[in-house]
Design a protein around this ligand. Structure first.
Ligand SMILES: [Zn+2]
Length: 230
């Protein structure tokens, strides 16, 4: 019995469409390049994964691989407990955090973890990113919270993220980076870029304007009265 049969039952390997895995692998590879080009990760930092639809598995970046050079065939297939099902290389260090996120959110199809400089600085300063700009408000009306520091790759980090990701599609990890989720790989990447952009804007606003400008309650009043956003 091969690995896939073991996890999906006899004949399971044929239930997973090889073409689907190949297509998801190509999209993850493209997304890795994009995240690197946007300056959200450097070197081998950050990781990315995507659920294989209709299965209890996901594909994830291998440990030590560089996002900009991710090869679809190098990606590792793991189950929702984070155990390797198929692949030559070791799984990403943050596999427990990805697995915990998929367990917490049945709707999530992709998880992106990056270290964007500005949003990461907000995490170090224990400062949440607020929805100062209208599109950000429409997506994150309560802003993006900072979750307390836990060691990278640890069970404690996975548990902390699992609790908080249930109610928010993006989190800042204190003294570490950010994590975003989406219904597609591309949507999770969009959010990673969006959080970094919002952090840059907030940083500039705190220099340019008074403290009242970065007050969440005042923002809610303003956007609701001016744009009729529910
Ligand atoms: Zn990290």
């Amino acid at each position: 019995m091969n690995d896939l049969d073991r996890i999906f039952g006899e004949g399971g390997s044929t239930k997973i469409n090889a073409k689907t895995i190949e297509d998801i692998g190509k999209r993850l590879s493209k997304a890795g390049k994009r995240l690197h080009e946007q300056g959200l990760v450097i070197g081998s930092s950050g990781n990315i994964s995507a659920r294989i639809p209709g299965t209890e598995t996901f594909l994830i970046k291998p440990s030590g691989a560089r996002m900009e050079f991710l090869k679809p065939e190098e990606l590792v297939l793991v189950d929702l407990q984070g155990k390797k099902v198929r692949g030559e290389l070791d799984v990403s260090l943050e596999t427990p955090m990805h697995a915990a996120t998929y367990r917490a959110r049945r709707d999530v199809q992709a998880v992106v973890h990056t270290h964007p400089p500005t949003a990461t600085a907000f995490g170090i300063a224990k400062t949440e990113v607020l929805p100062l700009q209208i599109e950000m408000f429409m997506r994150f009306p309560n802003g993006v919270p900072v979750v307390p520091f836990e060691a990278p790759g640890s069970k404690a980090l996975a548990e902390t993220v699992q609790k908080k990701i249930a109610s928010c599609d993006a989190l800042i990890l204190e003294n570490h980076g950010i994590i975003t989720v989406g219904s597609t790989i591309e949507a999770a990447c969009d959010l990673s870029e969006m959080v970094e952009e919002a952090a840059k804007i907030q940083f500039l606003v705190t220099i340019l304007a008074s403290k009242d400008t970065v007050n969440l309650e005042k923002l809610k009043q303003k956007f609701k009265t001016e744009s009729n956003i529910e």
